[in-house]
Design a protein around this ligand. Structure first.
Ligand SMILES: Nc1ncnc2c1ncn2[C@@H]1O[C@H](COP(=O)(O)OP(=O)(O)OP(=O)(O)O)[C@@H](O)[C@H]1O
Ligand SMILES: [Mg+2]
Length: 269
């Protein structure tokens, strides 16, 4: 047991971890703060990618703008993109302030400042599909003992203008570019099928569960990203962000939430 934990710690110190913090958690993250502190103390490089779905919906509603989603992704008009950018950047800034107040060293990186190079996604308005992650700005702080907090706004590679990239997609792109372990924290105990939490899901089953409507809404982009990560041979898990020790249990003990296992790649946690 101890040897297995040592191995995991060694792997995590080498690979780092990307933690996607769902906006669904509404900033209610005391247990997460404790886990991030433990990882930083153990010299594991941490990148946090935050979401902001509920806050964006509220910010748009305050301006009388209704949100329309397609497969869990918000269709983003020209009048919406500024609101999306402002809300997300404010969440990122307050997350850094919050982490710092707990003695965690953290640096804020905005994706639209030359980090998440994107192209507009056809049919979704000002939504970006990530072409390339310019990883230096994320990796340098994380591997130097800071937590990188990435705000998932992309920039149009042709015009430089901001694009709304789904936070799960951004987290996946970052994890795959750095080959860091990935953990998606959300507001449910895991991926649910017929009322049960799935401890493991194989990538081959997932398309069928989406087609049947069993996996829907915001779980769609999350699990699609998790599938890509698993197929790249990188450990990935969807975990309840409200659960004490949720991140630590997932990373070190391979328990809690849903582990996505590739039918082809060997690794998993
Ligand atoms: N099969 C399923 N199992 C679990 N949750 C599911 C399933 N299908 C759909 N969902 C929904 O997915 C939601 C999680 O995605 P959602 O986008 O709302 O949150 P998030 O990604 O954590 O937050 P944000 O999008 O703000 O970053 C759950 O609250 C649940 O309603
Ligand atoms: Mg979401």
């Amino acid at each position: 047991m101890e040897a297995a934990l040592e191995d995991r710690l060694t792997a995590l110190m080498r690979d780092g971890v990307v933690i996607k913090v769902g906006g669904s958690l509404n900033g209610d993250t005391p247990t997460l703060i404790a886990d991030i502190k433990r990882l930083q103390d153990a010299q594991v490089p941490v990148t946090v990618v935050h979401g902001g779905g509920k806050a964006i919906t509220k910010g748009l509603e305050d301006r009388g703008i209704e949100s329309v989603f397609r497969d869990g992704v918000r269709v983003t008009t020209k009048e919406m993109i500024g609101v999306v950018e402002n809300v997300l950047c404010t969440i990122g800034e307050s997350m850094v302030t919050h982490l710092t107040s707990y003695g965690i060293r953290a640096v804020h990186v905005k994706g639209n400042r030359n980090v998440l190079r994107s192209v507009p996604d056809a049919g979704l308005g000002h939504v970006g599909r990530i072409l390339k992650v310019d990883i230096g700005r994320i990796k340098a702080p994380a591997w130097n003992g800071n937590v990188t907090v990435l705000t998932p706004v992309g920039f149009d590679h042709a015009s430089g203008r901001p694009l709304n990239v789904n936070a799960d997609t951004a987290a996946g792109a970052v994890a795959m570019t750095m080959r860091s372990w990935a953990i998606f924290l959300t507001d449910v105990p895991g991926v649910m099928v017929e009322g049960r939490i799935m401890e493991n899901l194989c990538t081959s089953e997932i398309a069928r569960l989406i087609a049947a409507g069993v996996i829907n809404g915001g779980m769609i982009p999350k699990i699609q990203e998790a599938v890509k990560i698993a197929q790249a041979g990188i450990p990935v898990r969807i975990v309840d962000g409200r659960e004490p020790y949720g991140v630590i249990k997932g990373l070190f003990f391979g328990t809690g939430g849903t582990s996505i296992q590739s039918d082809t790649a060997q690794e998993g946690y």
